[in-house]
Design a protein around this ligand. Structure first.
Ligand SMILES: Cc1cc2nc3c(=O)[nH]c(=O)nc-3n(C[C@H](O)[C@H](O)[C@H](O)COP(=O)(O)OP(=O)(O)OC[C@H]3O[C@@H](n4cnc5c(N)ncnc54)[C@H](O)[C@@H]3O)c2cc1C
Length: 386
């Protein structure tokens, strides 16, 4: 894909990450997932080259860039067939929240490790009885002397087994009003009362999803990220990068599938010309390419606004980018599988697994419908049905 709106540094970063991605590729990730392992070698290499920490502050060992750079890294690894899902949660959400709102001690404790890849963090907001309605979450933190006691349940939380800690979104009671307000807590993996069970997903991925139980999890005062009153602000600061990174994940996957289909369409011949000669094959692939390019433009806009400090503007653009990228990805994967005929469903060609994988970005971290709701209400000013 031609890149026309990025700086030379961005283009160089794309090329360098693409080269790393090519060295690993889809087969590496597929093997790791099959063997029940994790992409540790790729994670370590990406970290060593400064890619995982590219958006984190320089004083903590990061690259001093922004989500624009981090999203380039994830997109290019995805386009090479080996995206690192934990980038969406570890540096993008948790790294951003801690660097923007954490205490000095939290920054010292976490940012160097998140930047050099030696530590990872998961992020848990979704709850079984709240789902898309995050106002309804009930994981609650109560104060007990100098400690916090956290109770609740979470579901579909990615990578909790490999993450050193999970950033848990809970609520605390406002001493003045009695109302519950969101707060973020760092919960180390082996904290007593913090248990997980793996959810059996139809996804061929190394990163697993977990149901979590927090049963009177006792945490020190310093587990609360930043200021108790800034919870909502912190949450939004983390959720915009999450949407932008999910867009990058989707665009990368769409590009990977499309490239496979284009290669195939150029060489597969069952009549006198290659199948790509037929417009019924060529046009949908061209349309998929256009839609991925458009989605990427919106992703770049969202990243630019976010990195420029415009959280409100970035919110709308990040939602739109996530929506556009997920839809473009689902379509690109669907058409790519179809282009390969029977081979689209063989393990050898490796595209069939992407049918399920591509749906993730339509559902998470916020579903297609919730983005349409957001745009209906916030952008168009239409009334709310719920
Ligand atoms: C692979 C994967 C990884 C994930 N990783 C994480 C993670 O690391 N951390 C985390 O916190 N969460 C994670 N999630 C959870 C994800 O964010 C949720 O699945 C998502 O927010 C949707 O919530 P739900 O599954 O409860 O669906 P529900 O909220 O039950 O929604 C079901 C359907 O109803 C629709 N719907 C709901 N309300 C409305 C409405 N008002 N108007 C129109 N339609 C509506 C939705 O669009 C959806 O199609 C992950 C999910 C997956 C699949």
């Amino acid at each position: 894909m031609a890149t026309t709106v990025e700086t030379e540094e961005h283009e160089a970063l794309r090329a360098a990450v693409a080269a790393l991605g090519q060295r690993y590729g889809r087969e590496y990730l597929a093997r790791v997932a099959r063997e029940g392992g994790h992409p540790d070698e790729l994670w370590a290499d990406a970290a060593k080259l400064g890619y995982l920490g590219v958006s984190l502050p320089e004083e903590y060992g990061g690259g001093g860039g922004g989500i624009a750079e981090l999203s380039i890294v994830l997109e290019e690894l995805g386009a090479a067939g080996c995206p690192l899902l934990m980038m969406v949660v570890s540096p993008a959400i948790c790294g951003t929240v801690i660097s923007r709102f954490g205490t000095d001690a939290q920054k010292q404790a976490w940012l160097p490790g998140l930047a050099d890849g030696s530590r990872t963090m998961a992020f848990g907001i979704t709850e079984p009885d709240a789902g898309s309605n995050s106002h309804r979450i009930t994981t609650t933190a109560r104060r007990d002397g100098d400690t916090w006691v956290l109770s609740g349940r979470k579901v579909f939380i990615s990578g909790v087994d490999i993450a050193d800690a999970t950033l848990i979104v809970g609520r605390t009671e406002d001493a003045r009003t009695g109302s519950l307000k969101p707060c973020l807590f760092i919960v180390p993996r082996d904290t007593p009362g913090f248990s997980r069970s793996v959810i059996d997903m139809e996804l061929h991925a190394a990163e697993k999803q977990f149901e979590l139980v927090l049963d009177e999890v006792r945490l020190p005062a310093e587990a609360l990220v930043g200021d108790e009153d800034a919870g909502l602000l912190q949450l939004f600061a983390g959720l915009n990068p999450e949407r932008i990174m999910t867009a990058a994940f989707a665009i990368g996957m769409g590009r990977y599938a499309l490239a496979k289909a284009v290669d195939y369409a150029k060489t597969r011949q069952v009549w006198k010309e290659a199948i790509g000669t037929h417009q019924a094959i060529a046009h949908p692939l061209a349309a998929a390419h256009i839609e991925l390019e458009l989605a990427r433009l919106m992703m770049q806009k969202a990243a630019h606004l976010y990195d420029a400090g415009d959280d409100m503007g970035a919110g709308e653009a990040a939602n739109m980018a996530k929506y556009a990228a997920a839809e473009a990805c689902v379509k690109a994967v669907d058409q790519s599988v179809h282009t390969l005929g029977g081979n689209g469903l063989t393990r050898e060609y490796g595209l069939a697994a992407l049918i399920t994988a591509s749906r993730v970005s339509r559902i998470a971290p916020v579903s297609r419908e919730m983005i349409l709701n957001f745009v209906s209400h916030q952008t168009l000013g239409l009334p709310k049905s719920y």
